[in-house]
Design a protein around this ligand. Structure first.
Ligand code: HEM
Length: 409
């Protein structure tokens, strides 16, 4: 990439210089990035509200963990400038998440074909059966939790059936709970042990198929073993990494998204009623509910050169957090962030990211979420928040809801 020297020696990418006048230094003095504590109790107690306030007061803020970007324009600029904002954020290789171009392009070309409309169409009846089984088994005369009784089982069963991992759903559910607990404990050694335990689960699936040879089931896990990049097969570490990204993080994202969507419909009975009468474009409706309360909080980047963001210099090598939840509620783009306007807001919706790392699993996530909503609407005449229990918000590393108590009618 060609980098340019801007005034006072700050190195900016051509993109940054083109789009914004650099106001990072006033008379040679760099403005200090305001501090904040993203994992402090008050912030965890109200993540989305804090992000709204931060975006208005200081669009860029720093903690010992790194620098967070809150504005839609800054998040988009960083996500679409991968030469300046690298994804190589850790010493651990994550495929394709931590890769930069040109290697990233090769891996996305290998991964994206797993999520074509044809493949999603073929998967739909299976997802429908799973959703029908889960929602059909829920009691009509008791409170149910939309996250743990619909979101988690749907995500785990759909993902494991898709990948051909039948029989280990309970193991995956236990792992997800432990993974969240480890992240929240902030105990590094616990997090490392949990990650290793997941790699063992994935590796067992890979080795099973290697042993079965030509008798291995024709599922995406087996197919991945035959994928070539740069003319050769993938090393086991890359296969495990790809499968980890398709499951470990995304099971939680889908489960959390189910909670957000059901909470929205249970509290916006006008929208629930309208969708019952005329479902229309349910994918756009679900995207908009997730934009208002995006449970996928942040993605990381690391600048390859000092760069100017909203008037502050972000030094090369700093960890940067792109705050999707905040960007998706930026008043400069969405006027009233809580207004439900699926068509109007679709083009600026960042729930699945943007740029070269845009979510490849979006078609699968959308399929599962749309089928969940269709099934819930189809198997009930109405659903509302339960009056005997309070919903509980989820906290970092996720947003949305941990518990959405519901009554089905
Ligand atoms: C509602 C559920 C989901 C949400 C909200 C979501 C959101 C996102 C976002 C915001 C990114 C961009 C990250 C970045 O720019 O660094 C991303 C990337 C990614 N997502 Fe998803 N995702 C979801 C479901 C899934 C599913 C079901 C899969 C696969 C089965 C998946 C696989 C991935 C992968 C592999 C990447 C990294 C892509 C790359 O680095 O090129 N996601 N996702």
């Amino acid at each position: 990439m060609v980098t340019l020297k801007s005034r006072k020696g700050i190195t900016d990418s051509p993109h940054t210089l083109r789009t914004r006048r650099c106001t990072c230094e006033d008379d040679g003095v760099k403005a200090a990035i305001p501090p904040w504590e993203p994992l402090s109790e008050p912030v965890l107690a109200d993540q989305r509200g804090t992000y709204d306030r931060m975006r208005a007061a200081c669009p860029v803020a720093e903690s010992p963990r790194g620098v967070t970007l809150f504005r839609h324009a800054d998040v988009v600029a960083a996500a679409t400038d991968p030469a300046t904002f690298s994804s190589a954020v850790s010493v651990h290789r994550m495929v394709p998440n931590s890769l930069d171009q040109p290697e990233h392009t090769l891996f996305r070309a290998a991964i994206d074909p797993f999520f074509t409309p044809e493949r999603m169409g073929a998967l739909e009846p299976l997802v429908r059966r799973i959703a029908h089984g889960i929602i059909g088994a829920l009691p009509r005369d008791a409170t149910v939790d939309a996250v743990t009784e619909i979101g988690y089982p749907l995500a785990v069963r759909a993902q494991s059936d898709w990948l051909g991992w039948q029989g280990i759903e309970d193991e995956l559910l236990v792992w997800m709970a432990e993974n969240h607990a480890a992240t929240r404990s902030r105990d590094r050694s616990r997090a490392v042990a949990v990650a290793a335990a997941f790699d063992d689960i994935v590796l067992a699936q890979v080795e099973l198929r290697r042993r079965m040879g030509s008798a291995a089931p024709k599922d995406p896990t087996t197919e991945l073993l035959a994928v070539t990049v740069n003319g050769g097969p993938l090393p086991d570490a890359d296969i495990v990494s790809i499968l980890r990204n398709w499951t470990a993080g995304d099971l939680s994202s889908i489960a959390a998204s189910v909670g957000v969507v059901i909470y929205f419909l249970a509290t916006r009975l006008d929208v629930q009623e309208a969708l019952r009468e005329q479902p229309g474009n349910l994918a756009a409706a679900v995207d908009e509910m997730l934009r208002i309360d995006d449970p996928f909080l942040v993605s990381r980047r690391v600048p390859t050169a000092a760069t100017c963001v909203s008037g502050f210099v972000v030094e090369s090598g700093k960890q940067i957090y792109l705050n999707w939840t905040s960007a998706n509620r930026d008043e400069k783009v969405f006027a009233d962030p809580n207004a439900y306007r699926p068509e109007e807001h679709a083009a600026d919706n960042l729930v699945y990211g943007t740029g070269i790392h845009v979510c490849p699993g979006r078609p699968l996530a959308t399929l599962e979420l749309v089928v969940a909503v269709q099934t819930l609407l189809g198997m009930t005449t109405r659903f509302e928040l339960a009056v005997d229990e309070e919903p509980i918000r989820e906290t970092y590393p996720l947003g949305g809801w941990r518990c959405v108590p519901l009554r089905l009618y």
